[in-house]
Ligand binder design. Sequence first.
Ligand SMILES: N[C@@H](CCC(=O)N[C@@H](CS)C(=O)NCC(=O)O)C(=O)O
Length: 230
Amino acid sequence: MAKYLLVSFKTCPWVQRAAIVLREKQIEFEFRHIEPDNRPDWFLAISPHKKVPVLRIDDRVSLFESNAIAEFLDETIEPRLHPADPVQRAVNRAWTDYVPTFAHGVTASGYAIDEAGYKKALADVPVAFDRLEKALEKKDAGPFFNGAAYSLVDAAYAPFLLRYSMLERIKPTGAIEKYPRLKAWSAALLARPSTHSFPPAEFEALYRETLLKRKSYISQFIEAPRAAAE
Ligand SMILES: N[C@@H](CCC(=O)N[C@@H](CS)C(=O)NCC(=O)O)C(=O)O
């Protein structure tokens, strides 16, 4: 088996997507976290856009872009996560193409710096949710995007549904309640062990730290951790 190194920022959703695919395929890999504000020279030399994730294989080849990494892993290592049927595969790829728009739609509210920006960002959430709800309506019953079989679509959306759930715990909006299929899909993905690169509470604390550091509007609603029992 080849040697895999996944270069990461701890809270990067695109890294998480690649890590999920590695875990779903039970591929052993070294997970190396670097700091966004202090990217080492060895990393800059292997990452054309200076971004994570980079998947380094056998210290020889460096792959970048989470979708390209996921597709490569799916082509080279069993079990195949893409559907066998070419039409279904094309439909799945079309939905992974929608991920960046979905990601922006459901998580931009976390990065808005004032109330007006926050409200504007929230208005995009139902648009993204509605698209996925309709896509899920066309599919078999869950729990996953294609039904019983886990796929690359699940791996691609899970990081953003997780972030949405964390934003909801800071300032609830209830937006997902109108989308029962999406809600059930999100619950299945969040319950899947492969989704998580860190223990969930630890990751939520890290995510909240990034929102506080950015001084985003929503960060004022983060409650200080409760003191231990008096
Ligand atoms: N389209 C890329 C997005 C990767 C990306 O935006 N990574 C962020 C961290 S989450 C990054 O490295 N940002 C650093 C920068 O933009 O300089 C992918 O899917 O891999």
